[in-house]
Ligand binder design. Structure first.
Ligand SMILES: Cc1cc2nc3c(=O)[nH]c(=O)nc-3n(C[C@H](O)[C@H](O)[C@H](O)COP(=O)(O)O)c2cc1C
Length: 358
């Protein structure tokens, strides 16, 4: 109840102030800690206690991941972390679009840099799955080198590394999704891991704005490396015609409900390609997830796990527990004893949706 009130009050603050309050509260351990059902999934070589992770962007400086984990998430991804501290774009730079259950942000990797993040990550307890999402500084002249530096510096703290080349708010970053640039970026990341003598699973996070052809080309280039898989997707620069909010024309990445269709389509394209190639890689699905049904649908379509962010900021901290309880009830109803029975059972988006709606 206290949490309902507190999260209602933060909704009355401007979006960035609300975000900062939420990070502060969780960093101080002032958050709910519901007990959530055990719903284990295999994600590459990892075992997540449930298939719902917190996506990157909430805990940019790795200050609140213990508190975020306590909300019930099966994994928490911190970052994006860049080598150097940088201020990001001028404010205001994040907007809530409640009418559309969406968020637009153009933060631009505001953050305290990898040395600060490493200090925070050194405090981690080992009873959780922690992803570290890495990126490049805005003014960096050699972006690939930034992935080398951050991978080398931070891999020791991570259960997995996410190579973020899909944020729309750093000029040129999305160009790293193109074949040659992507290979240079991954070569640099793996060189960083080798330098640190770490072999952590590496995921590549891609944009929902790639055409199906471009998505497959990026995946093909990435699969030349020993990656664990893909995170699909980041925010979109598209602005669907159905948006209602007065903030709809703000520049930046749109997330939440309006990105759902894009992310689902990317996942479907990716799974078809993975099957065709018989590639051994996993997909973590993210974009517009707000219900247990959304999670089940992505698993049926082939994702190994999911993440969310926007719905948490719009609906409050008890959302993960509600979603996981709904998934457990679905499994009980349909006598499903392990989520592995579900993964990849649907061939199309429609089939996956119908499955999850049962
Ligand atoms: C305010 C905000 C900041 C974000 N910052 C990052 C980031 O730093 N790095 C990243 O990889 N993704 C970032 N994202 C994207 C999310 O991780 C996620 O991919 C996207 O929002 C789609 O999921 P959602 O619809 O559940 O929010 C951010 C999203 C939001 C809303």
């Amino acid at each position: 109840m206290v949490w309902r009130l507190a999260s209602y009050l933060t909704q009355t603050l401007p979006a960035e102030a609300a975000h900062n309050v939420a990070v502060k509260a969780l960093s101080l351990g002032l958050g709910p800690a519901p007990s959530v059902p055990s719903l284990p999934v295999k994600v590459g070589t990892m075992r997540w206690p449930n298939p719902l992770g917190l996506a990157a962007g909430f805990d940019k400086n790795a200050e609140a991941y213990h508190g975020a984990h306590k909300l019930g998430f099966g994994a928490v991804e911190v970052g994006t972390i860049t080598p150097l501290a940088q201020p990001g774009n001028p404010k205001p730079r994040v907007f809530r679009l409640p009418e559309d259950q969406a968020v637009i942000n153009r933060y631009g990797f505001n953050g305290k840099g990898m040395a600060y993040a490493a200090k925070q990550l050194a405090k981690r307890r080992s009873d959780m799955i922690l992803g570290v999402n890495i990126g490049a500084n805005k003014l960096s002249e050699d972006k690939a080198q930034d992935y080398h530096k951050t991978a080398a510096f931070l891999a020791g703290y991570a259960d997995y590394i996410t190579v973020n080349i899909s944020s729309p708010n750093t000029p040129g970053l999305r160009d790293l999704q193109d074949g040659k640039a992507l290979q240079d970026t991954l070569a640099a990341t793996f060189a960083g891991l080798a330098e640190a003598a770490e072999t952590k699973p590496v995921f590549v996070k891609l944009a929902p704005d790639l055409t199906a052809t471009a998505l497959v080309q990026s995946m093909e280039a990435a699969l030349q490396f020993d990656i664990a898989g893909f995170i699909l997707t980041n925010t979109t620069i598209a602005r669907p015609a159905h948006l209602q909010s007065r903030y709809q024309s703000e520049q930046g990445g749109l997330s939440g409900r309006p990105v759902k269709a894009f992310s689902e389509a990317s996942l479907a394209t990716a799974m078809t390609f993975i099957k065709e190639q018989n590639a051994s890689c996993d997909v973590i699905a993210v974009g517009g997830i707000e219900t247990g049904q959304d999670v089940l649908m992505r698993l049926a379509l082939g994702a190994s796990a999911t993440q969310l962010y926007s719905a948490l900021s719009l609906q409050g901290p008890d959302l993960p527990a509600r979603i996981l309880t709904d998934i457990a009830a679905f499994c009980d109803r349909h006598h499903i004893t392990s989520l592995s029975e579900i993964i990849g059972t649907a061939a199309t988006i429609e089939e996956a949706r119908a499955f999850a709606a049962r």
